[in-house]
Design a protein around this ligand. Structure first.
Ligand code: GLP
Length: 247
């Protein structure tokens, strides 16, 4: 893993946007894997700003998001489809039909998972996958204990994850109990991975990630086995790791 240490959230976002922008500029055709949550928000803002400054078109880009809640229609303001439209898709010239998220309203969720996996394969795989991390090490919605061999599947969300995401919903009860997520193997098949880690709440997770122990109990640990991962971590996220390193 190539680890880039930055000062804070803003510097992390700028660096991440610059890296993504470079890949978008340099490729005649590119497939991005995208993430939601608080972590990548300013990366998207910075990416839009770069596109505007440079007159860069996104018409050659297609995207696949990591995950989507089950039971929320696309128009629901808490759906990840809505999140992506508000924060990125509506501000760049990417054709809407080239933006993909799992459909959490599909009549057969199992069928939807298979179709999503096939669509990624038909697109030739993901060139660069943007990732955040849960404090319990989850990536996408792959909670601890998820097999490393998993493909896109339906998950029951851990209570910890529902609580962490409750800040976006009126009450904890409104947070969906299930989601569709790319599997860990799906994520590992991306040619390149960009993991962003910011803030004190992620400090233990970052330290664990750097401990080199690869275990299904900490899903992100598998990233140690991927040949092309860049991690951008800010000072707060790196604080526990830095302390341990100096002991
Ligand atoms: N499914 C998402 C993940 O894709 C995200 O990386 C993670 C961290 O979220 P945040 O960036 O808000 O801390 O939790 C959510 O549950």
């Amino acid at each position: 893993m190539n680890i880039i240490h930055v000062k804070n959230y803003e510097e992390m976002s700028q660096k991440a946007a610059a890296l993504l922008f470079e890949r978008i500029q340099q490729s005649p055709k590119i497939t991005l894997g995208l993430a939601t949550g608080g972590t990548p928000e300013n990366t998207y803002t910075a990416l839009i700003a770069k596109a505007k400054e440079n007159g860069q078109s996104f018409s050659h880009v297609q995207t696949f998001n990591l995950d989507e809640y089950v039971g929320l229609p696309a128009e629901d303001k808490n759906s990840y489809r809505h999140y992506m439209e508000q924060r990125l898709f509506d501000h760049i010239d990417i054709p809407k039909e080239k933006t993909h998220l799992p459909n959490g309203m599909a009549p057969s969720l199992e069928e939807e998972c298979r179709a999503y996996e096939n669509m990624i394969a038909d697109a030739g795989g993901i060139d660069i996958q943007l990732l955040g991390i849960g404090s319990n090490g989850h990536i996408g919605f792959n909670e601890p204990g998820t097999p490393f061999s998993s493909k896109t599947h339906v998950v029951e969300l851990a209570e910890e994850t529902r609580k962490a995401n409750a800040r976006y919903f009126p009450t904890l009860e409104d947070v969906p109990k299930q989601a569709i997520t790319m599997g860990i193997q799906t994520i590992m098949e991306a040619k390149e991975i960009l993991l962003l880690i910011s803030g004190k709440a992620k400090a233990e997770a970052f330290a664990k990630l750097c401990s080199d122990e690869v275990t299904e109990a900490f899903p992100a640990s598998i990233l140690n086995k991927h040949p092309n991962v860049t991690v951008i971590a800010d000072e707060e996220a790196a604080s526990v790791y830095t302390q341990k390193a100096h002991l």
